[in-house]
Design a protein around this ligand. Structure first.
Ligand code: KE4
Length: 430
């Protein structure tokens, strides 16, 4: 039985008076699916409870960090213990070295790590470092990929901006945007031509190794290896943005899964275990250019604070246990197969893309391999799917152009409930 959304609606009315759109990140506003956001009262395991007492099986997981589910007991315990010593000192602690060490151990391409507070800070800093190291200005990003909201990256950004239909955000001076080149994802020929023309001026290519901000799009066979070869040929850096895929698609990330060695890696989400942590990391020779060792400046009041780092350490310690990614794969495959069957029974021709525990149901019958093919999705039909699933107690990302995230906390019963809900909703919206 659904309790309706009265309390959420009331809180939303209040929130919009003090916070733009009533939210602290645009995609949460339900703009692309209609209606107003539900306000959350609590998370536990795979479940969210809203302020009206409705419970939902959660496939957003705070947009990726909660691969263990909400309030994993060992993460909660670690945080409670940390509170006995403090939250932030603005001075080095052993914990930061421990987390850096865990990341170095997990990523063969990484010798050194700098912790920051968000994925945006990580990518912004990595690009400044690449520009400082190569003494070049141009960067290449891929249409539909999202790397946070730094000015030079909000150029046809995927998440948020794409969802809001604003591919290039106002407020980005042309003098900044002109150094960012947009290339089509999964298209090496086009990138080869870009390098042929301006390769000597390119500081870095930044890529989502599995695109997760235009829905989920796997790298085409050879795409990542081709990026590596091209950047090496022109002495540009390859930055692999693993903010979403890091410790999500494999222990370490997509660079481990696809065996590609970037010059720099950006991380976030899971390495903070639900608290604000980001990182940029890479080879010692490059990271040694970062202040205070080298001249490339980057700083942060709360970077590496013990409380956030503790959540990250506890999370990675649990993720490196044997069998974790097999369990995630089994749960995610169960969901994917069930959704495929439910769609087929309803006579709906949909496209399902999945890499590990990142999944997307595209409302298009065409293969989705890049921004243009993703954009062909029927967002109105997705909106109906989203609303129907919400009413049946399944909380999906409020946008066609996001990923659904499976967690270790999702039980087979909850996955089967999701499939049954989709079976009914697919029939309703056909
Ligand atoms: P944050 O600054 O939001 O921590 O990270 C930015 C970022 C960087 N790189 C990738 C690959 C990302 O996916 C993100 C952030 N992802 C979005 C979800 N699609 C965050 C959700 C939001 O914007 O509210």
């Amino acid at each position: 039985m659904h309790n309706g959304y009265n309390k959420s609606a009331q809180l939303y009315e209040e929130a919009v008076r003090y916070i733009p759109g009533g939210v602290n990140s645009p995609v949460r506003a339900f703009k692309s699916v209609g209606g107003t956001p539900v306000f959350i009262a609590k998370g536990e395991g795979a479940l969210l409870t809203d302020v009206d007492g409705n419970t939902y099986i959660d496939y957003v997981g705070s947009w990726g960090p909660l691969v263990l589910g909400h309030r994993h007991p060992e993460v909660v315990k670690a945080l409670q213990n940390c509170l006995e010593i403090g939250t932030s000192f603005g001075a080095p602690t052993e914990l930061e070295t421990l987390l850096a060490n865990m990341i170095v151990d997990a990523l063969p391409a990484v010798d050194m790590v700098r912790l920051v507070n968000s994925g945006t800070e990580a990518t912004m800093s990595a690009i400044r470092l690449a520009r400082g190291y190569t003494k070049r200005n141009k960067i290449v990003k891929f249409a539909g990929c999202y790397h946070g909201h730094a000015d030079f990256l909000l150029i046809k950004a995927g998440s948020g901006a794409l969802t809001l239909g604003v591919p290039t955000s106002p407020g980005v001076p042309a003098s900044i945007a002109e150094h960012t080149i947009i290339a089509p994802y999964n298209n090496l020929d086009n990138l080869q031509e870009i390098f042929r023309q301006v390769g000597e001026n390119i500081a870095a290519v930044i890529v989502e190794p599995v695109a997760g901000n235009m829905g989920v799009i796997p790298p085409a066979p050879g795409f990542l290896a081709g990026l590596r070869k091209l950047t090496e040929q022109y002495r540009a850096l390859l930055i692999i943005d693993e903010v979403m895929t890091g410790f999500r698609v494999a222990y370490g990330g997509a660079q481990v899964l696809y065996d590609v060695e970037p010059d720099l890696t950006t991380l976030g989400k899971i390495i903070g275990g639900g608290l604000p942590v980001g990182a940029y990391a890479g080879k010692r020779e490059i990271m040694s250019v970062v202040a205070p060792v080298g001249p490339v400046y980057q700083a942060g009041t709360l970077s590496g604070n013990p409380l956030a780092v503790t959540a990250g350490i506890a999370t990675l310690q649990l993720l490196r246990q044997p069998g974790v990614y097999d369990a995630l794969e089994q749960k995610s495959s169960r969901l994917e197969q069930g959704l495929r069957q439910a769609a087929a029974e309803a006579g709906l021709e949909l496209t399902f893309n999945r890499v590990g525990s990142m999944l997307c149901t595209f409302f298009t019958c065409q293969p989705v391999t890049d921004y243009d093919s993703a954009a062909k999705s029927d967002t109105k039909q997705f909106a109906k799917f989203f609303a129907g699933m919400l009413r049946k107690g399944v909380y999906l990302a409020p946008s066609q152009f996001e990923a659904a995230f499976m967690s270790l906390a999702h039980s087979d019963e909850q996955i089967d409930h999701t499939i049954e809900a989709a079976r009914a909703v697919f029939k309703e919206i056909k």
